[in-house]
Design a protein around this ligand. Structure first.
Ligand SMILES: Cc1ncc(COP(=O)(O)O)c(C=O)c1O
Length: 419
């Protein structure tokens, strides 16, 4: 008689306990190039004493998946190495990494200074939820260190920096802005997504000058790993990196209290992405410069905004931080914007974006596929736009396609636009 006929399910013959507990341990001596993917909420302690004494905060032990696994600690340490920092936190998106810095460092009555061309959602966050919490945010001109100096006051607790600025791509006077913040003892946080840890060393920008937290550059570097480190346009993650133990502790408390863990499979993807980061960044940089120069010669184009092109706003500031004796030709990300002449109506610009076949209409950057996006600057910016030509702005993010194919796609798309 079969087990079904006896009224038993076939699974009752299987020892369920044996499917859960096991004696297998990976043998010492097993090595392979990729980091194993450890997945955990529960982490098993061998004794109560061990459970009571383990410390995850200094990354010396494991207690619960949210506080780290060998996989997340490996990514943290690689990112700290990439950016020249010491402590790293991983968060579920670049935006949540920006929020972590604001929430950990600002209290009611404080003020934060933000560059006028900062990533838009940072502005929305500060003028929305953080304003409700009694935190004031004020804009400054990132091309003018004196403007920042005038705006720092006794309530200023944090200055945000972003290099290059979002969408309009002005490269800030990073050295001048940092000098002011060091002199006035104000903490600085840089959105370093564009530089990706490759274009310049964020913690070592000024040589001799030192911040209140002992850094000769910025105090905190935030990175949307969603972009270049992932490289796949298929996940979201962010990091916050510091060199100062007391800052790291404050950031880590917020991270812990708000439960901001990341998934092991996504961490694995970023670990793989990092292995080709330098090759991809340089290839996308090279292709972007080729296409930006090509567009400069187009009669329908009024201005090309790319920090590495002379004449682009902040080009000298870009040179000052990216070109060294060792590396005469500075690095730049594969992203730039173009202002088309106002003789082209907005609908013609939208039609151009839609005509492109290889450039897809989508947000983000740093992935394998080239992207295009039109922006209406007057709706985005409150500060002066006097350094920009009048017209319609379109941003291009260069992927890994052949640059000849991308240029042919642009050439086809440009037909129909007027000078
Ligand atoms: C400069 C910059 N910082 C931060 C972010 C936010 O990253 P995420 O999309 O992972 O939230 C973005 C996203 O576009 C960005 O461009």
């Amino acid at each position: 008689m079969s087990s079904d006929q006896k009224g038993e399910s076939p699974t009752q013959h299987v020892n369920a306990t044996g499917l859960i507990h096991h004696d297998y341990r990976a043998p010492l001596g097993f090595e392979s190039p990729q980091t194993p993917v450890y997945k955990a909420s529960s982490v098993i302690f061998p004794s109560v004493r061990e459970m009571q004494t383990r410390n995850w905060e200094d990354r010396s032990a494991y207690t619960y998946g949210l506080h780290g696994t060998p996989t997340t600690f490996t990514l943290e340490s690689k990112l700290a190495h990439l950016e020249g920092g010491e402590q790293c936190l991983l968060l579920p998106s670049g935006l949540s990494a920006l929020a972590c810095v604001n929430a950990a460092l600002l209290s009611s009555g404080d003020e934060v200074l933000v560059p006028d061309n900062a990533y838009g959602p940072l502005w929305s966050m500060l003028s929305g939820q953080f304003k409700k919490w009694g935190i004031q945010s004020t804009r400054y001109n990132p091309l003018d260190a004196q403007d920042l100096s005038r705006k720092i006051n006794p309530d200023t607790r944090l200055v945000w920096l972003e290099a290059a600025g979002s969408v309009t791509m002005e490269f800030p006077d990073l050295l001048g802005l940092l000098q002011v913040c060091h002199e006035r003892g104000v903490t600085t946080a840089l959105d370093n997504t564009w530089g990706a840890g490759l274009a310049f060393r964020p913690f070592e920008l000024l040589g001799t000058s030192s911040s209140a937290h002992g850094s000769s550059g910025v105090d905190i570097s935030v990175h949307a790993l969603t972009k270049y480190p992932s490289g796949g346009a298929d996940l979201l993650m962010g990091s916050v990196i510091t060199r100062d133990k007391s800052l790291a502790k404050r950031l880590s408390k917020y991270h812990e209290q708000f439960g901001l863990g990341v998934g092991a499979n996504d961490v694995e993807s970023v670990l793989k992405g990092l292995q080709s980061l330098v090759l991809r960044y340089d290839a996308q940089d090279h292709a972007a410069r080729t296409l930006a120069r090509f567009l400069m010669g187009e009669p329908s184009v009024a201005q090309v905004l790319h920090p590495a092109l002379s004449g682009s706003p902040g080009h000298q500031h870009w040179r000052a931080v990216t070109c060294s004796e060792m590396r005469h030709e500075g690095r730049a990300a594969g992203i730039f914007s173009v202002i088309f002449k106002p003789s082209n109506p907005l609908q013609a610009i939208h039609a151009f974006c839609e005509r492109l076949k290889l450039f897809k209409l989508a947000y983000s950057w740093g992935g394998p596929m080239s992207l295009v996006m039109p922006y209406e600057l007057e709706l985005m910016r409150k500060g002066s736009l006097a350094h920009l030509e009048r017209g319609h702005l379109v941003r291009f993010c260069i992927g890994l396609e052949s640059v000849e194919d991308l240029q042919a796609d642009l050439s086809r798309g440009l037909q129909g636009l007027s000078a």
